[in-house]
Design a protein around this ligand. Structure first.
Ligand code: PLP
Length: 479
């Protein structure tokens, strides 16, 4: 090599990759083995992490050891430890061993599965996994790929809401090719006051207009009132508007309320509206026969979604969406530029999942489901769900027996919402003091304008001792 020749591009050679790969797996294994001992919530101030990162990329490549040292120095202090067994906030974001390793395989393969032809295994394994999941959760045969329906992995439940609202919009107003201004009558959608914010976001993104999403009242259990839904639909129809979509929730974000799907379904059938069911967090419980009541009626819905990336041991991201009529989804999302044409697509015999989602590109996420479902088996997943429910129900008993706290919403599964009897300020102070100890992470919600502590048991490392310790902490702060 002469002086004038540039240095070679510093690609990582296979042997270095192997060595560093082992180091990284060791690092992750050590992290997970010790995560319990870390303060659960990061205490860095805004800008602290960015302050440790130079404003521009380095001109010359750095050693892998330096990079990994900075994971400890720069990243770890700014991490909130969702994998801690003391994680009870929001919802779980479980990363199980098999899922992490599947993600590594997916990264190693580096597949971009936009078309069947760009990696047949990516597509066909996904189709099978969604059928496996449909059987596991008992959501009914209409969602299987063997009929007119089928499932797809999306990044999030929010994307699933948008995709289904889009398909429903186009079904109700076929003229949308020309833009919404070509549609006669204002389209209106419906969801409960307890639904996830992604439904409202979807209405905005799709040009329905946030104001044309009707927020339906809930009953004393925070579940959507069918009567209020019917009356909202009827008044929109009377005013010449076009009702087209209802999103029901199996396990609302704030309190875990279950909307009465069978009643809502009857209304949707009567008025020919698309019924989407959002089971993002609690849909996983349906793997156990005894909890399947939560989704009774979902078999006749138009679409159903659940997030294995919450409770079901698959690390983020992995959302499952099923539709009963895949053609409705595909006709809204399909677009075939010349550069994507290929023989397999032309036969019409293969699935091209790019037609089932908003982006073109997609990761090989089915591997995560495949590894997790095979590693645990349906039995292993059911056992975890039952253990989490049992731990939560014991906690509910403790709260009910305590004079200073009261449960403020039904807690049939793994989420408990409770308040201090002295009111909001006291409840909030207890929550903040508990989180400040670093030994737990809890979150809050407002129910009937009341401030509540939300405690969700769902991290797979959580054992009864952790729940007991969290409860002891809360009671010690309440006296
Ligand atoms: N739907 C419900 C009921 C949820 O609880 C959540 C998350 O909190 C979501 C949707 C949003 O999930 P994602 O982050 O997958 O969009």
């Amino acid at each position: 090599m002469t002086d004038s020749q540039p240095a070679p591009v510093p690609h990582m050679d296979p042997e270095s990759f192997r060595r560093h790969g082992h180091e990284v797996v060791d690092w992750v294994a050590d992290y997970l083995a010790t995560v319990e001992s870390r303060p659960v919530t990061s205490t860095v101030a805004p800008g602290d992490v960015a302050g440790l990162v130079p404003p521009c990329a380095p001109e010359k490549g750095e050693s892998f050891d330096t990079i990994m040292a900075d994971v400890d120095r720069v990243v770890l202090p700014g991490i909130t430890h969702w994998q801690s067994p003391n994680w009870f906030a929001y919802f779980p974001s479980n990363a199980s061993g098999p899922s992490i390793l599947a993600d590594l395989v997916s990264s190693g393969l580096g597949v971009q599965g936009m078309l069947w032809a760009t990696s047949p295994a990516c597509t066909e394994l996904e189709t099978r996994m969604l059928d496996w999941m449909a059987h596991l959760l008992g959501i009914g045969d209409r969602f299987l790929s063997t009929g007119a329906g089928g499932g797809v992995i999306q990044d999030t439940a929010s994307s699933s809401a948008i995709c289904t609202m889009l398909a429903a919009r186009d079904r109700a107003a076929p003229g949308t090719q020309a833009g919404l201004q070509g549609v006669e009558g204002i389209l209106t959608a419906y969801t409960s006051s307890q639904a996830h914010s992604s439904i409202e976001k979807g209405a905005g993104i799709l040009g329905i207009g946030r104001d044309n999403l009707r927020i339906i009242d809930v009953d004393e259990h925070f579940a959507m009132c069918p009567r209020a839904l019917r009356s909202a639909i009827e008044s929109d129809l009377a005013a010449g508007r076009k009702p087209f979509y209802v999103s029901a929730t199996v396990g609302t974000t704030a309190s875990g309320a279950m909307d009465p799907l069978e009643d809502l379904l009857a209304i949707c059938r009567e008025f020919d509206l698309w019924l989407h069911v959002d089971g993002a967090m609690f849909g996983t419980a349906a793997c156990c026969e005894e909890f399947r009541w939560i989704q009774r009626g979902c078999e006749q819905a138009d679409s159903y979604t659940v997030n294995p990336h919450k409770w079901m041991l698959v690390n983020f991201d992995c959302n499952c969406l099923w539709v009963a009529d895949r053609q409705a989804l595909i006709s809204s999302l399909s677009i075939l530029p010349e550069y994507l044409r290929n023989q397999a697509t032309a036969t019409g015999d293969v699935i091209d999942y790019r037609d089932w989602q908003i982006p073109l590109g997609r990761r090989f996420r089915a591997l995560k489901l495949w590894f997790v479902l095979r590693h645990y088996g349906a039995e292993g997943i059911r056992q975890m769900v039952r253990e989490h429910v049992a731990m939560t129900q014991e906690l509910v008993e403790w709260i009910n027996a305590h004079e200073a706290f009261e449960v403020v919403a039904p807690s049939p599964l793994t989420l408990v919402c409770f308040s201090h009897v002295d009111g909001d300020d006291r409840t909030q102070a207890i929550l903040e003091q508990a989180n400040a100890t670093g030994t737990v992470a809890l979150s809050h919600a407002r129910l009937n304008d009341r401030y509540v502590i939300r405690l969700n048991v769902g991290q797979w490392r959580t054992r009864p001792d952790h729940v007991r310790a969290a409860w002891d902490l809360l009671t010690s702060l309440s006296s």
